[in-house]
Design a binder for this molecule. Structure first.
Ligand SMILES: Cc1cc2nc3c(=O)[nH]c(=O)nc-3n(C[C@H](O)[C@H](O)[C@H](O)COP(=O)(O)OP(=O)(O)OC[C@H]3O[C@@H](n4cnc5c(N)ncnc54)[C@H](O)[C@@H]3O)c2cc1C
Ligand code: FES
Length: 285
């Protein structure tokens, strides 16, 4: 990890602003007291007093200002997006590794649902230099769940491909269908492309399978942001992956494809709060 400073204990900070992104998602802004180095893909634990603490990726940063985009997926996330500016939240982090930026000519970015939150920060870093071909494929259930639409449309992207499950915006279907089309139509190899993905784990499993078809597994970076996190720094064992014992919070949440292909539970099952297994929904992504 490349951070010089990290909040190991919750640092109580007021929410500076709240922006509603859609009916079930909001972005909270915080102003850190000191400069903390972060990289896209890293996350913080956000603690709502008298409620719970949950892992949330950095979705944007501007100097000492950090932004977190939170989707209502349960009690704590719902309570967090309903708070008012000025409310104190405890922040621990940043945790985990992040996406590795490379000098490859093309960046192919695949996002699904809330996976767009960490990818938004990644995109802003990649687009800063304007020296790459950037292709973004972004899938959501329906058009009103597409996040950051205006912002994405202002970025210098070579291609912005939307997919929705109900066909209300862009292609009907999953982003992995379009990923296959993009790779089938261009002669990319490991020296010319880097692939970045974040979204539901079944989608990520398909991303890795498609990368394999085109011999691109070593240049595929996958952000696993769909697992249970407790301590955030590798001591409690809640987020350990079978069968190689890597932890998502310390060794991830971003993993290279050649590491993930050895993870036997990837795309098959995760673990609940009490450590018991749950099977990922078996629908195509
Ligand atoms: C590394 C990482 C980064 C994430 N980044 C974001 C983000 O930027 N924006 C966002 O909206 N969501 C993000 N999530 C998911 C988010 O942490 C969960 O949706 C949230 O914790 C739900 O909590 P809840 O109490 O509201 O829901 P609950 O009702 O408790 O659970 C709803 C779902 O969230 C999962 N969940 C609950 N608690 C945790 C936890 N401590 N760790 C992980 N999953 C949990 C449950 O397994 C369940 O599937 C991230 C998860 C991880 C692991
Ligand atoms: S959350 Fe404790 S080891 Fe990862």
């Amino acid at each position: 990890m490349n951070n010089m400073v990290r909040y190991d204990l919750p640092r109580s900070l007021p929410v500076i602003s709240k922006k509603k992104e859609n009916v079930k998602t909001a972005t909270l802004e915080f102003h850190l007291h000191e400069f903390i180095a972060t990289i896209p893909g890293q996350f913080f634990m956000l603690w709502l007093p008298n409620d719970d603490e949950i892992p949330i990726s950095i979705s944007k940063r501007q100097k000492k200002h950090l932004f977190f985009t939170i989707c209502d997926l349960g009690q704590t996330s719902r309570n967090m997006i309903n708070i008012d500016p000025g409310t104190l939240i405890g922040l621990r982090g940043p945790f985990g590794n992040g996406f590795r930026l490379t000098k490859k000519k093309t960046a192919l970015i695949i996002g699904g649902g809330m996976g767009m939150a960490p990818l938004r920060y990644l995109l802003s870093e990649i687009c800063l230099k304007r020296d790459k071909n950037v292709v973004l494929i972004y899938g959501a259930k329906t058009d009103n769940e597409i996040l950051f639409k205006k912002e994405l449309e202002k970025l210098p992207l070579n291609q912005l491909i939307y997919c929705t499950e109900d066909g209300s915006e862009g292609y009907t279907g999953y982003p992995t269908d379009r990923m296959n089309d993009v790779l089938a139509n261009h002669p990319f190899d490991q020296s010319t492309i880097e692939i970045y993905a974040c979204g539901p784990e079944l989608m990520l499993k398909n991303v890795l399978e498609i990368s394999k078809l085109y011999d691109l597994i070593p240049v595929t970076q996958i952000n696993l942001a769909d697992r249970y996190i407790k301590c955030g720094f590798g001591i409690c064992g809640s987020c350990i992956l079978d069968a190689n014992g890597l932890s998502i919070c310390r060794d991830g949440p971003v993993f290279r494809g050649d590491i993930l292909v050895k993870v036997t539970d990837f795309g098959f099952f995760g673990r609940n709060k009490n450590g018991s297994k749950y099977i990922f929904e078996s629908k195509s992504h």
